[in-house]
Design a protein. Structure first.
Length: 266
């Protein structure tokens, strides 16, 4: 196989102007992708990031939209295809990480989180699948999930529900679309070190500037998940090296689900 597995990839990445989404864009380009569109809610940031990515040798465009706007999401893939000819790879990365528990989440908060994290990706994937089928080519999609699908902390109740919903969408879509040569996989990302997480920790949890070093010191591998590592995994799943894999959910974390402390340890 080629050392540039994405030389024929035409990619669309939602939430690609920052954090993990930006890391995924950079990795795809490093792996040979020369046609890429990303989405952002901030046109100024989109213009700056597109200018940066173009320097790596790719044709890059951005679409300004909010994943909660279903009307815009439904025309997102055709809009991307107009710019880069076709779309063969989709990454649903954009997310709403607002807080709320079973005791205090309002209907408005629930809708805001579910619209971005589940409804938006569903219709993005629908548009992508129909585009691939209409154009007569296969496709690859990766949905960015979270380890919270297994439960989640009390203050992440609606967020956890939204990602669990997206997990089911991932598997259901993979089953439906396999006959069309469209693969769909998901990654359950653990606690990750991003600018957005830094802002979240300071806004919601009153963390100081040194919170990251303190948190990492207490983890098994003394590190939060890094965006570059998840970006590589995403690129792998979107590319030919992952073969026929579809409907797969990867736990990208250092915490093992279902494990408990060894009671024999003194």
């Amino acid at each position: 196989m080629t050392d540039q597995p994405h030389e024929a990839t035409h990619a669309l990445v939602t939430g690609g102007s920052q954090g993990l989404g930006l890391a995924i864009c950079r990795q795809l380009i490093a792996d040979g992708c020369r046609k890429l569109v990303f989405t952002t809610r901030d046109p100024h940031k989109g213009d700056r990031v597109a200018t940066e990515l173009v320097q790596s040798g790719a044709e890059v465009h951005f679409l300004t939209l909010d994943m909660a706007d279903t009307d815009k999401v439904q025309v997102m893939v055709p809009a991307a295809a107009e710019r880069i000819g076709k779309v063969t790879a989709l990454v649903n990365c954009a997310a709403n990480t607002d807080r709320g528990s079973i005791l205090d989440t309002t209907p408005a908060q629930w809708d805001a989180i579910m619209d971005v994290n589940a409804k938006g990706p569903f219709f993005a994937l629908q548009g992508f699948a129909n585009h691939c089928i209409d154009e007569g080519h296969g496709g690859m999609a990766v949905n960015i999930l979270s380890m919270v699908v297994y439960c989640g902390l009390p203050f992440l109740a609606p967020y956890s529900a939204s990602k669990a919903t997206l997990l089911n969408i991932t598997k259901n879509a993979a089953n439906t679309l396999a006959r069309h040569r469209i693969r769909v996989n998901g990654i359950n990302v653990g606690w990750m070190d991003t600018p957005g997480e830094d802002a979240t920790q300071k806004k919601w949890h009153d963390r100081s500037e040194g919170w990251l070093a303190e948190a990492e010191a207490n983890l098994p591998f003394e590190s939060l998940v890094k965006p570059e590592h998840v970006a590589w995994q995403t690129s792998f799943l979107l590319g030919p090296h992952s073969g026929v894999v579809t409907g797969s959910i990867i736990d990208f974390d250092q915490q093992v689900v279902g494990a408990y402390p060894d009671t024999n340890d003194s």
